[in-house]
Design a protein around this ligand. Structure first.
Ligand code: GLC
Ligand code: CA
Length: 542
């Protein structure tokens, strides 16, 4: 089995916000092509591009209406083919984003289902019922019911996300074959890997009637046939030797071991999100709380050590298009902006797993700091603003919550230059606002600073590609003697490195600093005191 993903780093592009080539304010495929040299300069081996297939764009492309055609907003099939071959020429493989849990309700299959065609109704999850009683009191992920009524059919259909994203019926072999066909189509075009959207939600409970009320995701995650469905998809399409990553919502450690242990022939790796919920009060994304660092460290320790012990493999990351920016969340936007961004990067890139860099993370891009509800474009943020204010939360407080939690924080345009619109577009304005700090935080200025966050990321990527302790070593968390300082050891063939990361804006005392050769640190003078400096990170070869 090909395991090159162990020494590789993946770069994630949110296409709508990466680079606009034709001046309409929206990022596109040719924009990505124009920046391939930049991406290559990071040292990454794979590029995951978020969906650019035909879509009404209610969930920015995660509502696919045609899996085999390009949304004209993003370019043409020949642009896409050129992207694949040009990236290949620069030694990088494309990973496409397969949204297979649901389709847009504009997809041909769903439109046929709506005419009452039984063959296509069986592609989705329809249930009988009168207009007042949904089959279950389930809520969807973006707020509101997970069931939508179709009066003409006198039936309800299930949607775990927006009502315009109807869940597919994976129990139907025809559906599974259609989706395999999509994989084969892109594989034949030279795509080198796949990211699978919310893949652990595809297998629904056997009976969907009379179930308890609650979040639909809770009842559908890691369902009874999920492992069989994944294995069948991977084996039948022959993608076992490609890089594959499943996005797993609210999953368990045991399941992730099984999704990724090579002997099971499922996936190369999984994303999970438990570490990004340590600032959710009582598990509620829309209730603010300072991050619980103990919980964070314990989660990493448990997941890292068990995945290592049982030969599972994780995708390791802080940022993506669904998350606020990590430097704003766990680091600092002020005095220690640069140190904290580098510390957070060191922590992730030294872990066991494949690191993902989300566009702009390598610059230390921050949250958006939008102040008006009109600034937000994300369906989830807009829905939750209504839900929160509907519950009596003041508009000011709702805006404060959304400013910290909105997915739009990760979706503002890539900051290329200090020029107009951050060099993202020639249009009068971009499709979404650009944080004011683009004047100082941008590719151009960081290229010319040897000490920049950008150049530090390049070092991290290079280290992983060259050092087998990092790519292949086992992992063990250490007790630093200070709950704000995380420490772990990576070991391979008798050699090891120690990684120390302070998540604190203050000086911190720890048991002892490890002795050995310093491979990397985010301060320019080596540490001669007993204390760790704010957000200090040190990697030592023992
Ligand atoms: C995943 C995507 C997210 C999308 C959702 C529904 O979580 O990352 O952007 O809204 O799935 O497809
Ligand atoms: Ca464009």
């Amino acid at each position: 089995m090909n395991k090159d993903y162990r020494s590789s780093t993946v770069y994630q592009i949110y296409i709508k916000s990466f680079c606009d080539s034709n001046g309409d304010g929206i990022g596109d495929i040719n924009g990505i092509r124009s920046k391939l040299k930049y991406i290559q300069s990071l040292g990454v081996k794979y590029i995951w591009v978020t969906p650019f297939f035909c879509s009404p764009m209610i969930d920015n492309g995660y509502d696919v209406a045609d899996y085999k055609n390009i949304n004209p907003m993003f370019g043409t099939m020949s642009d896409c083919e050129a992207l694949i071959s040009e990236a290949g020429g620069l030694g990088m493989g494309l990973m496409f984003d397969m949204v297979f849990n649901h389709t847009s309700t504009q997809h041909e299959w769903f439109r046929k289902a709506l005419t009452g065609d039984p063959e296509y109704m069986n592609y989705y999850i329809f249930r009988d019922g009168d207009a007042d009683t949904p089959p279950a009191e389930w809520t969807c992920s973006f707020g509101g019911s997970a069931w939508e009524y179709v009066p003409e059919l006198k039936k309800w259909y299930l949607h775990l996300f927006d009502p315009s994203q109807a869940d597919l019926n994976w129990e139907n072999p025809k559906v599974r074959n259609e989706l395999k066909d999509v994989i084969r189509f892109w594989k034949a075009k030279g795509v080198k890997g796949f990211r699978f959207d919310v893949l652990n939600l595809i297998s629904k409970p056997e009976s969907l009637n009379n179930l308890p009320s609650g979040s639909a995701v809770k009842f559908c995650r890691d369902g009874h046939h999920v492992h069989d469905f994944i294995r069948e998809l991977v084996i039948d399409t022959g993608i076992e030797n490609m890089i594959t990553v499943g996005e797993m919502a609210s999953t368990t450690l045991d399941n992730c071991i099984n999704y990724t242990n090579p002997e099971r022939h499922e996936l190369s790796m999984c994303f999970n999100f438990h570490h990004l919920k340590v600032d959710y009060k009582d598990g509620n994304k829309w209730a603010l709380m300072p991050p619980d660092l103990n919980a964070l460290r314990n989660l990493f320790r448990e997941w890292q050590e068990s995945m290592s012990l049982h030969d599972g493999w994780s995708a390791v990351f802080w940022c993506n298009h669904d998350q606020p920016r990590i430097v704003s969340r766990l680091g600092s936007e002020g005095k220690y902006w640069k140190h904290s961004a580098k510390m957070l990067a060191t922590f992730i890139h030294m872990l066991r797993g494949t690191p993902y860099i989300f566009q702009g993370e390598e610059l230390g891009m921050t949250n958006a700091h939008f102040t008006r509800i009109e600034d937000y474009k994300d369906v989830e943020s807009i829905n939750y603003y209504k839900i929160l204010t509907g519950k009596g939360v003041t508009s000011e407080e709702a805006l404060n919550i959304i400013a910290q939690r909105s997915r739009d924080n990760g979706r503002t345009p890539m900051q290329w230059t200090s020029g107009r619109n951050a060099g993202f577009t020639e249009a009068d304005s971009a499709w979404i606002g650009i944080p004011d700090n683009y004047k100082s935080i941008n590719v151009e200025s960081e290229e010319s600073d040897p000490d920049s966050i950008l150049n530090y990321y390049r070092e991290l990527v290079k280290l992983r590609s060259e050092c087998r302790i990092i790519s292949d070593g086992s992992v063990k968390f250490l007790d630093s003697g200070n709950e704000r300082v995380f420490a772990f050891e990576r070991s391979f063939e008798g050699k090891s490195i120690i990684v120390i990361c302070s998540f604190s804006p203050n000086d911190e005392r720890i048991n002892k600093l490890p002795a050995g050769k310093v491979l990397l640190t985010n301060y320019d003078t080596s540490n001669e005191s007993e204390n760790l400096r704010p957000f200090e990170a040190i990697v030592v070869l023992k």
